[in-house]
Design a protein around this ligand. Structure first.
Ligand code: NAI
Length: 249
């Protein structure tokens, strides 16, 4: 039997990452990399019970050493990684005057440095095989800015820049690099706040999203599936916005 390609999903244990893991595990082997190992293990066990081939691993994308060791171990024990969904992320909602250097560093280290280092770890094998694809999770806020979220929006804009530069540098090897910039997606990242604040946030989404609903992790998984498939074979360096029409760029 032919061995299926392998995909690495960071932040794969929850939300958008989980949506991509569920979708893509139908056609690829999937490494579910997350700093929350128990959650990754639970998801993996559920999917493998239905015939999928997924591997839960503990990975903190803010640690370059952890990334390199984990990628090397996966490559040796399971096989080469040819597809990456670099998606791990955090959110810190703070007015400018309250941003601390530690908050700023956490945001940049998780999204920008983390995304770059994971890509750096998997790209050599993709280049050697002239085969592979990368998708980053950016955000609508990469292009429109964000009140009380300057560090988040700045990190997501940097990720978009990273996407374009990697797309240019690796296009000659047949490796495509794109980003998704979602609008509000119903995940723990958005829900993890006091009930009254969550109610207000949902009411706001109904006003600002033309389609009058939040997106789902499954919808994000479908887009990542498309971007990591031959159906998008002439698309690279792009930021696609699954956002119900909230931002048209
Ligand atoms: P989530 O909180 O459901 O999932 C994020 C996952 O990333 C969690 O499993 C968490 O453990 C993991 N993670 C966080 N820091 C990590 C680290 N240092 N190393 C490894 N894993 C880490 O959130 P959601 O919404 O699924 O977010 C995924 C990505 O989507 C993030 O990059 C977020 O910024 C982005 N995004 C989310 C939107 C939304 O409305 N939910 C909209 C636009 C972008």
């Amino acid at each position: 039997m032919e061995t299926r390609d392998m995909l690495l999903v960071t932040g794969g244990a929850s939300g958008i990452g989980e949506g991509a893991v569920r979708r893509l595990s139908a056609r690829m082997r999937v490494v579910i990399a997350d700093r929350d190992l128990p959650r990754a293990e639970k998801l993996s066990a559920e999917l493998n019970a239905s015939g999928a081939e997924t591997y839960p691993v503990e990975m903190d994308v803010t640690s370059g050493a952890a990334i390199r060791q984990t990628v090397a171990r996966i490559s040796q024990d399971i096989g080469p990684i040819h597809h990456l969904f670099s998606n791990a992320g955090i959110n810190i909602r703070t007015p400018v005057e309250a941003i601390t250097p530690a908050d700023w560093a956490a945001m940049m280290n998780t999204h920008v440095k983390g995304g770059m280092m994971v890509a750096q770890a998997v790209l050599p094998r993709m280049v050697a095989d002239r085969k592979g694809g990368i998708v980053f999770t950016s955000s609508d806020f990469a292009v429109v800015g964000m009140t009380n979220g300057v560090s988040y929006a700045a990190a997501k804009t940097a990720l978009y820049s990273l996407t374009k530069s990697l797309a240019l540098e690796f296009a000659p090897y047949g490796i495509r690099v794109n980003a998704i910039g979602p609008g509000p997606i119903d995940t723990p990242l958005l829900r993890d706040r006091p009930a009254a604040e969550w109610e207000a946030a949902q009411a706001r989404f109904m006003q600002i999203v033309p389609m009058k609903r939040m997106g789902t992790p499954a919808e994000m998984g479908a887009l990542v599936d498309f971007l990591l498939s031959d159906r998008s074979s002439y698309i690279t360096g792009q930021l696609l916005h699954p956002n119900g029409g909230q931002v048209m760029w």
